[in-house]
Design a protein around this ligand. Structure first.
Ligand code: NDP
Length: 280
């Protein structure tokens, strides 16, 4: 079974559009997202363009705050302070790469927890570890939504998550644990990764290493979630998982592209509307 993020994200965006209409009717203005946008980066430009298109399509207003390469740390923090206090803004996203001199941890701390629709602030990370975060890290939340949509059983299953970053791997491990999976969190220093993965009912890869999960590593019937986005020399985009080799015997697998990627944006939009509704 292919875990099709494009199909599920489309259905989620349709629900979000209805929720946005309700919030707009109640509050007299549409939900609003501010995006701090590093304008000198081509990848960021294309991501922000796609995000604004998707947001506008579901009835979310976007305010783009340009970050030139020479924007200072103080200017970024001042922008965030202004947006945190702006009653017309419900959600804030800071797109990377940050200007030189800005510390990612400091910037994520500077986003108000109630407007942190990408779920990156330390406050929301702490709430997540307690199992009660209202705004989740968008990428792992998207992976979980995909598993839920396809009714993949998680309770009592052994999940091996490879990658422990604060935005993808580690929160995914927490979300799986909250869903009662038994979780092993692996990383670059893990000994015997292949043997570990072979024991997994659910394999989640978030390393950014193309082909790190091979066909022999995945046992027949396992469910595979691939967060990796890797651009090969010829421009092809692939995941961390050798899709051709693994898809022959996995029970379910996310493709790249078209798996976890579209889910991330769908979750951000949903969380903007949640924040606007005061549910966050
Ligand atoms: P990071 O580089 O922050 O983290 C990578 C993790 O992988 C680290 O924990 C690292 O271990 C681990 N790792 C690296 N090499 C190996 C190895 N050989 N064996 C085992 N573990 C390894 O990346 P992110 O978490 O930010 O992103 C991960 C991937 O997800 C990237 O490809 C990124 O592009 C993609 N991504 C996808 C999104 C989506 O929407 N689908 C959104 C965001 C990111 P250690 O901690 O020891 O260094």
């Amino acid at each position: 079974m292919i875990l099709d993020g494009r199909v599920v994200a489309r259905a989620m965006r349709a629900d979000t559009r209805q929720a946005a209409e309700r919030v707009t009717a109640q509050r007299g203005r549409s939900p609003a997202l501010a995006v701090l946008h590093p304008t000198d980066d081509a990848a960021a430009r294309s991501y922000v363009r796609a995000l604004v298109r998707a947001a506008t399509d579901v009835g979310i207003t976007c305010r783009i705050v340009p970050l030139a390469a020479d924007t200072t740390r103080a200017q970024v923090l001042a922008q965030l302070a202004q947006l945190n206090g702006d009653p017309q803004i419900d959600g804030i996203m800071v797109q990377t790469p940050l200007p030189v001199g800005c510390d990612a941890a400091e910037v994520s701390r500077a986003v108000a927890a109630s407007k942190d629709v990408d779920g990156v602030s330390p406050w929301n990370a702490g709430e997540l570890s307690h199992g009660r975060a209202a705004l989740l890290p968008a990428t792992p939340a998207g992976g979980m939504a995909l598993l839920r949509h396809y009714q993949i059983p998680l309770v009592g299953r052994h999940a091996v998550v490879i990658g422990r970053s604060a935005v993808v791997g580690r929160p995914m491990a927490l979300l799986l644990s909250h869903a009662h999976a038994t979780v092993t969190l692996a990383h670059s220093r893990t000994a015997n990764l292949a043997a570990l993965v072979r024991c997994a009912d659910i394999v989640v890869s978030a390393t950014g290493r193309a082909g790190i999960i091979t066909g022999e590593m995945v046992r027949p019937g396992a469910v595979v979630v691939d967060f990796g986005i890797n651009v090969l020399a010829d421009g092809t985009i692939v995941g961390d998982v050798d899709f051709a080799a693994v898809s022959t015997h996995a029970a379910a697998i996310t493709p790249v592209p078209g798996g976890t990627g579209p889910m991330t944006t769908a979750i951000v939009l949903q969380q903007v509307v949640d924040a606007a509704a005061g549910a966050a």
